[in-house]
Write a protein that binds this ligand. Sequence first.
Ligand code: NAP
Ligand code: MG
Length: 499
Amino acid sequence: MSTASTAAPSRIQSDLFINGEFVKAEGGATAPTHNPHDNSVITEVASAGKADVDKAVTAATEAFPKWAALSAAERGRYLLRLADLIEERGHELATLESLDTGHPMRDTTRLDVPRAAMTFRYFGGMADKFEGAVIPVEQGFLNYTLRQPVGVVGQIVPWNFPLMFTSWKMGPALAAGNTLVLKPAALTPLSSLRIAELMAEVGIPKGVVNILPGPGSSIGQYMAEHPGIAKISFTGSTDVGRRIVQASAGNLKRVGLELGGKGANIVFADANLPAAIGGSAFAIFHNQGQACIAGSRLILHESIADEFLEKFITLARSIRIGNPLDPATEMGPLTSLGHRDKVLGYCEIAAEQGGKILTGGKPPQDRPDLANGYYVQPTVVQARPQDRVSCEEVFGPFVVVSTFKTDEEALQIANGVEYGLGGGLWTTNLARAHKFAGAIKSGMVWINCYKRVNAASPFGGVGSSGYGREMGFEAMHQYTEVKSVWVNVDANIPPYYPR
Ligand code: NAP
Ligand code: MG
């Protein structure tokens, strides 16, 4: 272990944020949030109920007209100030995120915090650059479009990247003039509540942002049904996504769904192998594989498979597992005990269907310092494309390997699952790269890289990975209604009922 401090932040916000104030839940319910490194309770967090959702929706509804009427540049300035503040408080935010999720400090510092700041800055700058259009219609008419906010939006965030996803959801919604109620996952509420504090510090008008930790099956479901919420943006599992679509029918809510994935990561014989090996390890082991866009299916050309696997497994075994607050740690624990057990359960499922665990498949051995944490070794499994472990989302440091002979076979394997979020390929053949980019069934494709994300680049999937896109102009479209306005400038309209 390095000598750097692994101390928790001294003060942690644990109340709901409603109408600009931090308050207890009605009825006083709380729920513990745990440190996945040692299973200790970090703190008790207020746990919202339906009455709190109603209060938050009322606050957001009342705040909406004024917020929507602010100049777009003014709205953007709040987000730009927030981005600066996130950078200023970067170390503290990174520590909180690592403590609550198990995500290593070196990643929360280098990736999550800068990306959250980037996202708020991008959408802060976007606010006054997002325009309607003038449509070339018939002579004598002016036709133009207005982009108007949808109203109060409900946002439901999972536990794997809570800080980053809070920024992805809030940035475009606020820039477009909506007010919001955001529910972080009960497992990882702390960084979203810290963002609420920073929102208050930049002076966001009360009611514009409301943040309610609480159980998804009750208040998440209630938000999806709520007649006062005009749109739900959801990131999480495909099963809950389906439930949200059903619950949203009452008021025909707009729904955006970022769901699960089973990313294909294809390595061709002509690939730059060292780059492909390192990139493929990042694709699956970053954040312990708890990423919807993880490259969880490694599809190798048979001619390079042995060499690739030997080096890939050596790399996987060398990954430094440990306390996420230690800056030397490269891989932390999974975020919850239940999830750790689910991931280990997939090792048994693999074996039952004849799969072979090439490395890992267990908690770290001979590491008493990690014995109470939710740790799993980097795991590489050989299995057939039709096996359960090759089709179902494991969401852990668990990669399934298969081999192919021809390009057609590689594409067939890649497209052989119900998910279609992200996928990647490693090749030096330009024509093949573009051909596959077009043919892979997914919302995102990475060529000679993996898991690149940027606030400006559309993010989302197809099939069971959901619909709608976050980030970029696409996100602004999804947080606005387009209105078409017709003006008779000097049209000579012949009478329809000539008399
Ligand atoms: P989950 O059970 O779907 O939870 C996600 C969020 O939904 C949590 O805030 C949860 O609340 C809430 N929720 C649970 N039941 C609900 C309901 N009936 N109505 C409304 N909200 C409800 O997913 P998870 O197991 O926590 O997260 C892992 C999954 O999310 C994986 O499948 C992963 O692929 C997917 N994911 C997708 C993306 C993407 O961008 N496409 C990103 C990250 C994760 P509580 O947990 O607080 O009860
Ligand atoms: Mg926690």
